[in-house]
Every structure is written in structure tokens, then in C-alpha cells.
Design a protein around this ligand. Structure first.
Ligand code: FAD
Ligand code: DLZ
Ligand code: SF4
Length: 508
């Protein structure tokens, strides 16, 4: 009896459940670069190149390990261009009876495998700390699914930074130490970069040819493409940047794309780094007094807290999650998201670094592009597809709860108890963007007024029925209520006219 073992582009882990369940002597590993997966959104060329190169290297590693691997390159003339198509083609070639897969991280693909006309088992993805049933049990009966409570359970479960049954340093969360605004300079040269080898060069030529017109710069390509390189990138970051990670986690700077961020999400999500192992290395650095507690705890929380929580929400909420639109937003995604010029310096910086690196850090994603889309009332499904396309770390299981839930409040408040909105003040406080912006952050109305200032009030007024009674938003409405009527009229008129210009594709 021959089984096929499916390994997807984000399942590049030797201990993957599908591989563990298979027999190296008889079973055939199937890996495939296919147009359907490369094309369901216009992925950033760096993301496609990263995945194809990492897949090819992982396939070679499995072959060296004694596995029989059937690998389909994108330009293989027999390529059927879908995952199920490739499975069926290989099943015929090897007279296979059954397929073993590890559950994909997107409902779309889970459903495609479910309808594959062959016996197919989808095993749990054991690379996560919480299983589906564990998250369901945690969520059951709770009025609010707040990350903080889930995170504490994950700390207890993993034992990370625990002092017996108490959190290290006697506090679960050191976030209040992690909100320093942008420093004058960054004492770190950014993530480790890797010169393309022959495998990477071959993939780069293919991606240039097939996806060169997608939004995003393919060159220079500097990502790690195997687990040894990814580990070197992690060690480099722990050595030089982790100690400052907490302090400047929320800061943004004109000339610094990465600040002290780790830039490892694409490696963890593709399976090149193990999340728990990454956290253990960070915990070790804290135990060795190399990194302060706020940096280590803040980082570990992102992984065993936010990352696991987001996945839990995606699977708990089901396949319709990405079509939720609780606030009824319908504006089409403005061209500035695809690089059209804008005078808004913060947006321009976030989009242009997304274009060059397939990367932006959390606060850029949440408080610049996400905040802008939410204030402007952009259709959350458009926003979701943009984020899924442009970031090297984006797969629905993690992207959708961050976008539909945390950023766009389109799930009606499952992930966040209030929408993440702010006027220009927050951006001015956390970045140096406003100092060189054509708009003036201190101006609330008038030709030069920061658009975030106008749109902030416009959003709150449009959604007054929905949010006025939210205890965390009452203050905002009280400020609005105290404004005189003439000023209120001016704000709303100017916001409407600014949005009209945006829709008319006039320069904004
Ligand atoms: P660091 O700041 O160094 O953080 C360390 C690690 O923590 C990250 O590598 C990541 O694995 C994890 N992490 C941090 N925040 C989150 C979070 N909110 N959800 C899940 N993991 C988290 N992350 C993705 O991996 N894929 C996405 O598609 C994605 N889309 C996002 C969309 C929006 C609107 C927002 C607000 C956030 C999104 N995030 C996403 C979360 C976060 O922005 C990225 O994980 C982070 O920017 C990756 O960069 P880094 O590795 O330098 O992270
Ligand atoms: C994102 C992506 C891309 C661009 N290409 C492939 C591919 O050719 N083959 C493959 O197996 N997977 C690819 N992926 C990842 C999947 O589309 C999907 O996002 C994840 O497997 C979900 O867990
Ligand atoms: Fe962004 Fe407004 Fe600051 Fe310009 S002034 S950078 S638009 S927040």
C-alpha cells in the first residue's frame, strides 16, 4: 500500500504530522509549486520566491534523509496547477491508495482537500502550542475572548518565564514599558540577509518571468530560505536587537524599516523555525541577563499569546470569517495601497516598505494602513485580500483575524473590544513621520489638516449608534459633543470632501 504525503509551502518542518505518520520506505512525498496557490491573490514576488526556494531546499533535504519526493516545479509542462490536481496525478503515477496531509491554514484549501476524490486524512498541525479542541474548550462559555487570559494559560502550559505557578517578575504583562516613542537612532543594522545561491537564483528568474508584474520588488532578495539560515537570522536578532525589542516595539521611523523587530514571522509561519523553540531561546537570553524582562516577556507574548490566539479565532469562527463586515464598509481599496503617490507620509512609508520588503511591522500594519482603511470605511474584504497578498508572512489563519478582527473590527468585536482607530496624534507621538509630512498633524481642519484628524471624527460620527455606549469610547464622544456646531460642520464637510478626492483618484 502506497500513501501520498502532502507537504505544502508553509509546512516545511521535518516533524510535520503528515511526515511523522508516513512510512519513509514506501510512501511518496508530494510537493508542488502551482499556479492556483500562487495566484488566489497577487502575492508579493518576494513571498512567492521565498516559498518556492524554501520548498525546493526542503524537498532536497527530505530526499537526502531517504524520502522519495515527487516535486513539481511551476514550469513543469505536466503541472496541473492545483494541489488536488497534483495529488491525483501523482496518485495515478504511483498507484497510491491514500493521501496523508497536515491540515492547511486556510479554509479554502481544507475544503479543496475535503472534496478530493480519493481517501484523504487531514491530521492536526502539531506545530502550534494550542490544539483546536484546547482553544474551543478555553473559549466555551466565555462572554469575551480576550487574548490576555488565553496567554496566561499558554504561559502556564509551556512554563515559559514562570516562577512555579507565578509569572516571572510577578507580572504577566510588561507592556506598559514597551511604548517608547521613536528614538533618535537605531543601534542595529536590521535582519540578517542572505546572498542568493543557485537554487534561489533559479527561482528568482522563474518568479521574475511569471510574477514580475505583481506589486512588490523581487530584488534585492535577502530572505533566509532554509532552517539553518533562519536560525542564524534569529541568533543575530537575539544577539543584537532583542534587548531593545520591548522599548521600541510600537515606534515608527522614516529611515528605519525594521527597528528592533525580529522579522522572523515568515520563517516561523513557513515552518523553518519552531515557535516554542524560538521562545525558549529568548527565555534563555533573559535568564542569561542578555535581555531585560520587558523585552523577553513582550516577545514571548506575541508568539504564544497573539499568534496562537489568532489561529484559535480563525478556526473557531469558521470559513465565513473573511466575509464579515460588521460596520457595513463598502469603499473600494484606494490605489495608494498599490503604490499610487500620497502626501500622507506615514501611509507612503508603510506602503513603500511593504512594496520593497514584503514586510511592515505590527504598528505600521495596525495604526497606519489598517487605521487609515478603517477610518476611510474601506470594504474589509478588499483590505483582507491586500494584506494576504503583500506580506511574506501572510496566510489566512493569521492574517484574517489580524485584519478582519483586530484591524477592521469587521467581526463585530470578537478580537477587539473597540476599534483600533486614532487621529494623527498617535502617529505623531510614536513616529517621526509627521515632521516631514506635507500635512500638518496639529491642524484639525483646513487645507493642510492631517487626514487622520478629519477621518477620525467622521468615523466616530458615522458609527455613533454602534459605539457611543462602548465604555472604552465614551470619552471620544464626549470630546465630540463638546465641540461647537460650526466646528463639527467644518470637520464633517472637509472629511467628506477629502474622501471624495480619494475616490476620484485625485492627489491626496
Ligand atoms: P515581531 O514584532 O518581532 O514579533 C515577534 C513575533 O510575534 C512575530 O514574528 C510573529 O510571529 C508574532 N506576532 C506578533 N504579533 C502577532 C499577531 N498580531 N498575530 C500573530 N503573530 C504575531 N502576522 C503574520 O504572521 N502574518 C500576517 O499575515 C499578519 N498580518 C497582520 C495584519 C495586521 C492588520 C496586523 C495588525 C498584524 C498582522 N500580523 C501578521 C501580526 C504582526 O504584524 C506580524 O506578525 C509582525 O509584524 C511580523 O514581524 P516580526 O517578525 O518582525 O515581528
Ligand atoms: C502562498 C503559497 C504560494 C504562493 N504558493 C504555493 C504553492 O505553489 N504550493 C503550495 O503548496 N503552497 C503555496 N502557498 C501556500 C498555500 O497557498 C496556503 O496559503 C497555505 O498552504 C495555507 O496553510
Ligand atoms: Fe500621517 Fe497625518 Fe502625520 Fe502626515 S501628519 S504623517 S498624514 S499622521
Amino acid at each position: 500500500m502506497v500513501n501520498l504525503v502532502l507537504v505544502l509551502a508553509d509546512q516545511l518542518t521535518p516533524t510535520l504530522s503528515a511526515l511523522t505518520a508516513a512510512d519513509k520506505q514506501t510512501d511518496i512525498v508530494v510537493m508542488a509549486e502551482v499556479a492556483d496557490e500562487a495566484g488566489y491573490v497577487p502575492h508579493h514576488p518576494k513571498k512567492i520566491a521565498f516559498l518556492f526556494a524554501a520548498m525546493r531546499k526542503f524537498a532536497a533535504r527530505l530526499s537526502e534523509d531517504g524520502w522519495h519526493v515527487s516535486y513539481t516545479k511551476l514550469d513543469d509542462p505536466d503541472n496541473t496547477n492545483s494541489i488536488t490536481g497534483e495529488l491525483l496525478r501523482r496518485a495515478e503515477e504511483f498507484d497510491a491508495d491514500k493521501i496523508i496531509a497536515t491540515e492547511p491554514g486556510e479554509w479554502r484549501l481544507i475544503e479543496a482537500l475535503n472534496t478530493c476524490p480519493m481517501p484523504l486524512t487531514q491530521l492536526q498541525d502539531t506545530r502550534f502550542i494550542a490544539s483546536h479542541s484546547e482553544f474551543e474548550t478555553w473559549a466555551e462559555g466565555r462572554k469575551e475572548l480576550r487574548m490576555e487570559w488565553f496567554y496566561r494559560d499558554m504561559r502556564r502550559k509551556t512554563g515559559l518565564m514562570m516562577d512555579g505557578d507565578k509569572p516571572a517578575g510577578d507580572k504577566w504583562n510588561f507592556d506598559h514599558d514597551n511604548r517608547k516613542s521613536a528614538p533618535k537612532s537605531i543601534n542595529h543594522s536590521g535582519p540578517m540577509s542572505f546572498t542568493p545561491d543557485d537554487t534561489v537564483k533559479e527561482v528568482l528568474a522563474l518568479v521574475e518571468d511569471r510574477f514580475g508584474d505583481n506589486f512588490g520588488d523581487l530584488h534585492p532578495f535577502w530572505f533566509a530560505t532554509d532552517s539553518a539560515q533562519a536560525q542564524r537570522a534569529l541568533t543575530h536578532w537575539i544577539t543584537y536587537a532583542l534587548p531593545h525589542f520591548g522599548d521600541y516595539q510600537d515606534a515608527m521611523m522614516n529611515e528605519e524599516k525594521f527597528l528592533y523587530h525580529s522579522v522572523i514571522s515568515q520563517y516561523i509561519n513557513a515552518g523553518l523555525l519552531d515557535p516554542l523553540d524560538v521562545c525558549k531561546q529568548v527565555e534563555e537570553a533573559w535568564k542569561d541577563n542578555h535581555a531585560p524582562i520587558n523585552a523577553a516577556e513582550g516577545f514571548i507574548r506575541q508568539i504564544i499569546g497573539w499568534r496562537e490566539y489568532m489561529r484559535g479565532i480563525y478556526f473557531l469562527e469558521g470559513p465565513d470569517y473573511t466575509s464579515r463586515n460588521d460596520l457595513g464598509h463598502t469603499r473600494k481599496l484606494p490605489p495608494l495601497f498599490w503604490g499610487a503617490a500620497t502626501k500622507m507620509n506615514c501611509v507612503s512609508k508603510a506602503v513603500s516598505q511593504t512594496q520593497s520588503e514584503a514586510y511592515a511591522h505590527h504598528i505600521q500594519r495596525l495604526m497606519v494602513t489598517g487605521n487609515f482603511a478603517l477610518l476611510a470605511g474601506v470594504d474589509p474584504h478588499d483590505v483582507h485580500e491586500w494584506y494576504l497578498a503583500v506580506y511574506a508572512d501572510a496566510y489566512e489563519w493569521v492574517e484574517a483575524p489580524n485584519v478582519i478582527g483586530m484591524s477592521q473590527f469587521a467581526d463585530g468585536g470578537i478580537v477587539g473590544s473597540k476599534p483600533y482607530i486614532s487621529s494623527g496624534n498617535y502617529i505623531a507621538k510614536m513616529s517621526d513621520h509627521c515632521k516631514t509630512c506635507a500635512y500638518k498633524v496639529k491642524e484639525k481642519t483646513g487645507e493642510d489638516a492631517c487626514p487622520f484628524n478629519l477621518l477620525y471624527w467622521d468615523f466616530l460620527v458615522r458609527h455613533k449608534d454602534r459605539f457611543a455606549k462602548n465604555p472604552r469610547m465614551g470619552n471620544m464622544y464626549r470630546v465630540w459633543d463638546r465641540m461647537d456646531d460650526t466646528r463639527k460642520d467644518t470637520v464633517l464637510r472637509e472629511a467628506a470632501s477629502w474622501l471624495q478626492k480619494l475616490d476620484a483618484k485625485e492627489p491626496v
